[in-house]
Design a binder for this molecule. Structure first.
Ligand code: F6P
Length: 548
């Protein structure tokens, strides 16, 4: 008989944290900083070029000790090793979880089902590099002999968000003579707007889909094929020059009509939301070149090694992950705001949403038992300083606790006058204001009339991390993304959930497939949904003609 699995809330560190939470509940960051003048230096750590200041969190040394103890009790170390060894830790899909293999250097080895996957990874990278060089140099010609000037990635979820985010983040390093666009939504506007000013003879489509069955992507891919062929005189041989595929599914790729010689492979041990550094990153490589892409992978790998080997106390992803658990489960925080003070990272919060919420939005444990604690968090955010003039009011003076991750870079890629000093002054000021606020006494001392004082008080005690790095480079982006990937892993390990499946997206997909024929049928369909869904379908069918 196997020993009963210890429930998370029954663990001694968890119980100790609950008791400890009562003790620290009223503790204010003002007090914590006053009691320890070196707190800002002490509760900060630096690794692989990333400086993490976590001193403005509502934690004491005791809190941290208990959180590390919780990580030990939950077997975090063993779990990390299991992932890096290629064990099938995605148990509901019986798959290894090996995004770390995508950035493993040549010559290393990771065995999955008896096969070393690292040489396969490098073979695909070499194929991508060769293709990328031909497109970027103009050696690859379209059907009419023109070089490619437009690249459109068609994909959704992990086959879109990573590529979009990376393209925006690394635009500074991109080849400006090529336009990059991304089509994801099944809404025809997405495709129509992406191609409206483009010439098919200069346009390459990358059809990115792990499964090559996703409704949105396949619908857009067929529309792209029609658009392309129409513009190129209908000769199907044009497809070979204007379409490439990134997928794990070779048979579906050839069924679509793309020669598998023009397919860039990846594997089922790469989760969609963990795939931006696989062949799914083909558009990224086309934009920034193969050397920069390899630098991106090096950055990922450096963070992987740090995560695998650094002591928990100095381990950036572990610290971020444990702090997220602390606020989720002991303060009832529902969200984390990710606030990059770097315009190039404008799609980073959207990217993190899939990474974190698809991974940790789970309600049962690995054993299938309903959890009796909160899991997952809602990640959201906008680049600074824009958010300051929008939603920061609620973070500063609202009734909810919203831990924030500020991300900033010492150097800017676009130095212009005083902009960067002012940008950085703002990020430091926001973290300071959130933590320390402004007391009624301070507000009164400014001559504020009594009736206005409550409105102008800032309670403070609002937690944040500040992540500071020297400059946004491909390598740095890799480190940043890997840090969050492993923070998600840390949280999932504590919560004892499968962070690598996504069954929650299935039901809506299945229901949509059932509704499509009901919308398209000429004859009035017999509807067997609930009364609300039936009414909506009927109303759409009745009114559709009038809107055309
Ligand atoms: O939204 C569900 C999902 O399966 C994601 O996990 C994935 O990133 C996305 O759909 C796209 O899937 P595919 O790459 O197979 O088209």
């Amino acid at each position: 008989m196997t020993a009963a699995i210890q429930s998370l809330t029954g663990r001694s560190a968890w119980k100790a944290l609950e008791a400890h939470r009562q003790k620290v509940r009223e503790l204010h960051l003002r007090q914590l900083f006053a009691d320890d003048p070196k707190r800002g230096e002490r509760l900060a750590t630096e690794a692989v070029g990333l400086y993490l200041d976590y001193s403005k969190n509502r934690v004491t040394d005791e809190t941290l000790k208990l959180l590390f103890q919780l990580a030990e009790e939950c077997g975090l170390r063993a779990r990390i090793e299991a992932m890096f060894r290629g064990e099938k830790i995605n148990i509901t899909e019986n798959r290894a979880v090996l995004h770390v293999a995508l950035r493993a250097p040549k010559g290393t080895s990771i065995i999955v089902d008896g096969e070393d996957v690292v040489p396969q990874v490098h073979a695909v990278l070499d194929k991508m590099a060769d293709f990328s060089n031909r497109i970027r140099s103009g050696a690859w010609k379209g059907h009419t002999g023109k070089p490619i000037r437009n690249v459109i990635n068609i994909g959704i979820g992990g086959s879109d968000l990573g590529p979009v985010m990376a393209y925006e983040a690394l635009r500074h390093y991109s080849q400006r003579s090529i336009n990059f666009r991304f089509v994801s939504n099944i809404d025809s506007t997405d495709f129509a707007e992406a191609v409206h000013d483009l010439d098919p003879s200069e346009t390459l489509f990358i059809i990115s889909s792990k499964t090559f069955t996703t409704l949105e992507t396949m619908t857009n891919a067929h529309t792209a094929r029609d658009w392309s062929l129409k513009g190129l005189g209908g000769d199907v041989s044009a497809v070979a020059k204007h379409f490439v595929a990134v997928s794990t599914n070779a048979s579906k790729v050839s069924e679509f009509g793309i020669d598998t010689a023009n397919m860039f492979e990846f594997w089922d041990w790469v989760g969609g939301r963990y795939s931006m550094d696989s062949a799914i990153g083909l558009s990224t490589m086309l934009a920034i070149g193969s050397d920069n892409f390899r630098a991106l992978l090096d950055g990922f790998h450096e963070m992987d090694e740090h995560f695998r080997t650094a002591p928990l106390e100095q381990n950036l992803p572990v610290l971020l992950g444990l702090l997220a658990v602390w606020y989720t489960d002991f303060f009832g925080a529902d969200t984390v705001a990710v606030l990059p003070y770097e315009q190039y990272l404008k799609r980073f919060p959207a990217y993190l949403q899939q990474l974190t919420m698809e991974s940790n939005g789970k309600h049962v444990t690995l054993e299938g038992v309903e959890v009796d604690y909160s899991t997952g968090q809602i990640y959201w955010g906008e680049p600074g300083t824009n958010g300051q003039h929008s939603f920061y009011q609620l973070i500063h003076q609202g009734t909810r606790l919203i831990p924030c991750d500020f991300i900033a870079f010492v150097g800017t890629l676009n130095p212009l006058g005083r902009h960067h000093d002012m940008l950085l002054a703002n990020v430091f000021a926001q973290a300071e204001a959130l933590a320390f606020g402004k007391t009624p006494e301070q507000v009164k001392a400014e001559g504020t009339p009594d009736w206005l004082v409550p409105h102008r008080v800032f309670e403070g005690n609002r937690p944040s991390n500040t992540i500071l790095a020297d400059r946004l480079t491909p390598q740095m982006l890799g480190k940043l993304v890997a840090m969050y990937e492993h923070s998600v892993f840390t949280q999932g390990t504590i919560w004892n959930i499968d962070s690598f499946d996504q069954w929650g997206v299935e039901l809506g997909k299945v229901l949509a497939q059932r509704i499509v024929p009901e919308l398209e049928s000429k004859a009035e369909p017999a509807l067997g949904h609930d009364s609300s869904t039936n009414c909506l379908i009927r109303r759409y069918r009745q009114l559709r003609e009038k809107t055309l």
